[in-house]
Design a protein around this ligand. Structure first.
Ligand code: FAD
Length: 550
């Protein structure tokens, strides 16, 4: 093992490099979101020499970058938090059932301070490239600050939803007003008072910011391409007695979560709509509409899989939208009709549909009248011009593999990861890909990642990677990569399971459909968190079967 931060002479300094040395490490963790923060804690305890490099100026990841108005988690805070420390569970107080972005960021900052992790973190530094030196069995990693690292292992904790889909509308560069992306929101306050604001995009982020911005904007126009299914979040402050109870039973609560398919507390329907009379069906649907969880599609036992059962839920949500939204034309635009409920990322909201009843809110349905260009003072659709002072793009992400393929990572033969994954990302368990030794992914493609509770997944993945590195060291091995045949079979299994669900019936970021040229393929393992843990533990206990170790 190498000494932490030891500097060794650089063999091939970059042209014009200011820092002529390379920091030598066991592990370089890239990204300081929930995953990277836990990885630093985990690998430090393990005694590895390690640093974490983060492009932003602080920890937080998603919760640093997405500081748009109304940003909050939509998995309950009791679930959307680390489980690795009982003391942390006991001392931290979540203010609300679904905490807002400031509270989540504060939590992460608290964790970093509490476990003294900041000293192993380097901020304002983006990893731009990594080259595998086969002879030395090390990665040489380059950054945009010219600081370089030589390490035995790279752990990419770069985020499944962190590579923003940037706006590419004609005319944007000539827009005279202000424009922002929800995924890279300014940390300074933005005032909407007296302003004509346009929001483009109605995914989770759009749904969260629209009601909040509408409260102070002079006028808000929502540009909607695809209507989405949402339901009330029923967010509320957590009463002290509930907290006391939760504290007392945190360990059991966490253990129960880990037995569930998504590692979250979320009820799922146990009845078939076809065995219920109309009144009973309605009672079940009302209960799911009102429970505040992301689970409308699970109201009945077969509604996540069966189109006929799903259609009953769809029809119920349409009725709800029509009963809330007063303008019948706007209500129709808001009713999703081109995909089953639950096939795109589900949403929960606070007053989303109600916002369209405000006199200062207009819906621009882009299915009927698409955007043609951005003008110096607004947005031109085919039939209209909307004058605007502020445009907010809520366009989502190049999800699941975008943050990894945007780095110029090359293996011993000079092949890049982006080239290698051009047709489809290939991993075993989401952890390693063939021919790129010692390059680990946290929540990579093929992992349950965005489908399961991401905080639980980030702990599970970093633990597995840490144990793997320890095993390699104990057994005198220096490299590990995914076996190609096993990885092909695994990704096929991931696809086959998805094909049995309704996810494949929608164009969504889950399917890569939001990015031009991205292969249409479902990239997350839907077999459930417990089965994933069992498979990955089995591989480890068999000396990392399914991986090539040398
Ligand atoms: C608005 C929003 C709400 C969400 N809500 C939920 C929720 O309620 N429940 C849930 O389970 N999941 C939710 N998610 C998913 C979310 O991605 C995960 O929950 C989790 O925060 C991911 O943590 P992470 O550390 O893996 O990635 P991120 O938080 O994305 O962190 C990755 C970090 O890597 C850095 N990075 C990337 N590339 C480089 C590079 N080349 N060099 C240096 N640094 C780099 C980024 O700057 C970023 O800080 C949400 C996502 C978004 C966008």
């Amino acid at each position: 093992m190498n000494n932490l931060n030891s500097n060794v002479p650089c063999a091939t300094p970059s042209e014009g490099a200011q820092d002529q040395s390379v920091t030598s490490l066991d592990v370089l963790v890239v990204g300081a979101g929930f995953a990277g923060v836990y990885a630093v804690h985990r690998y430090r305890l393990q005694g590895l020499s390690m640093l974490c490099v983060e492009a932003a100026s602080d920890v937080g990841g998603v919760w640093y970058h997405n500081c748009y108005p109304g940003a909050r988690c939509d998995v309950q805070s009791f679930d959307y938090s680390y489980s690795f420390s009982r003391e942390l569970d006991q001392e931290w107080i979540w203010p609300e059932r679904y905490s807002g972005q400031p509270a989540i960021l504060e939590y992460l900052r608290h964790v970093v301070t509490r476990f003294d992790l900041r000293r192993d973190m380097v901020f304002n530094t983006r990893v731009t490239a990594a080259r595998w030196d086969d002879e030395a069995a090390r990665w040489l990693v380059e950054t945009d600050t010219r600081r370089r690292f030589s390490c035995r292992f790279v752990v990419l904790a770069t985020g499944a939803l962190s590579a923003p889909k940037d706006p590419d509308f004609d005319g944007l560069k000539d827009f005279k007003g202000q424009w922002y992306q929800t995924s890279r929101y300014p940390h300074e306050p933005v005032s909407y008072a007296g302003k004509r604001v346009g929001v483009i995009g109605t995914g989770s982020s759009g749904l969260q910011c629209i009601p909040v911005i509408a409260e102070t904007a002079q006028h808000l126009t929502v540009f909607q391409r695809t209507a989405v299914f949402s339901k009330p979040a029923r967010n509320h402050k957590i009463p002290p007695e509930v907290y006391a109870e939760q504290r007392a039973r945190y360990p059991e609560y966490r253990a129960e979560l880990k037995k569930s398919v998504g590692a979250v507390n979320m009820p799922a329907g146990t009845q078939s709509p076809f065995e219920l009379d109309e009144a009973e069906r309605e009672r079940v649907l009302e209960a799911f509409w009102n429970n505040g969880f992301l689970n409308m599609s699970s109201a009945f036992k077969e509604s996540p899989y069966d189109l006929a059962a799903n259609a009953i839920v769809v029809e119920f949500v349409h009725r709800k939208i029509r009963s809330i939204v007063k303008d019948p034309q706007v209500a129709e635009s808001l009713c999703p009709k081109d995909h089953p409920v639950g096939s795109r990322r589900p949403c929960i909201d606070t007053n989303y549909y109600e916002t369209y009843n405000r006199p200062n809110v207009t819906m621009a349905d882009l299915k009927k009248d698409p955007i043609v260009r951005i003008t110096p003072d607004g947005i031109a659709t085919r039939d209209k011009h909307y004058p605007l002072d502020i445009i907010i793009f809520a366009l989502g992400f190049d999800s699941i593999c975008g943050s990894q393929t945007r780095i110029d990572i090359r293996n011993g033969e000079g092949l890049s990861l982006a080239e290698s994954w051009a047709d489809a990302p290939l991993t075993y368990l989401g952890y390693l890909t063939p021919s790129f030794p010692n390059l680990f992914f946290v929540m990579g493609p093929g992992n349950p990642s965005v489908i399961a509770n991401c905080i639980t997944m980030s702990e599970t993945d970093s633990d597995w990677i840490g144990e793997c590195i320890a095993w390699l060291d104990r057994n005198g091995k220096s490299r590990i990569e995914a076996d190609e045949k096993t990885a092909i079979d695994w990704m096929q299994l991931v696809s086959d399971i998805a094909d049995k669900t309704l996810y494949v019936k929608a164009n969504s970021w889950y399917m890569g459909s939001n990015i031009a040229g991205k292969p249409r393929r479902f990239l997350s393992y839907l077999g459930g968190y417990p089965s994933f843990v069992e498979i990955s533990k089995r591989s480890a206990s068999e000396g990392y079967s399914g991986f090539k170790v040398s």
